[in-house]
Design a protein around this ligand. Sequence first.
Ligand SMILES: [Fe+2]
Ligand SMILES: [Fe+2]
Length: 202
Amino acid sequence: MPQFRLDYATPPEWVMQVERDLPCLLSDHAHCELKAAASAQTLIVRNPRKDALVRELAAVAIEELAHFQLVVKELERRGGRLEFAQPSPYAEGLQSAAGGDAPDKLLDRLLISHLIELRSLERFHLLSEHLADAELAALYRGLMASEAGHQALFVRLAKELFDPQLVDRREAVLRAREGALMARLGFDGRMHCGIAEAQGAR
Ligand SMILES: [Fe+2]
Ligand SMILES: [Fe+2]
């Protein structure tokens, strides 16, 4: 089993909890892909003079939109439909966890994107290993290479634009906050939720 550089490891029981309502998981997952595409585009809008960032994040935005299409197609194939997006306690918690001590706002945005991609990769891996539904497990396995590339890209961009030692120090701070946040999130059947209390032992 690969080790992900995260401070909280999701227990495999989380898969048993989300697989009770796959349309809910898939609709939320589709919105995650859409938000990832939008956030890559926002980074481009705010940093038009950073050529490598513009080029690489345009490619990310295209890939995330393709993932969105794939997930919606899978959702519809299963008789579900895309629901309205719900507020995300994870994304909101991460933004406020970054807090007022950011050495640089762009650095924090890149590192938060890295952590979201890495957490998604961890969840896709768990789903690929433990879902009873083999077809859906294969879909998640198929998405892993792309998300592994994205999580690495955000750190690489950060290290091209900022002092690599500063990047490492800030990454450790934000990683700890992401882990603490994930450990206390409740269960709501979504991609970035916590685990239900009754089975919440780590
Ligand atoms: Fe994606
Ligand atoms: Fe991604």
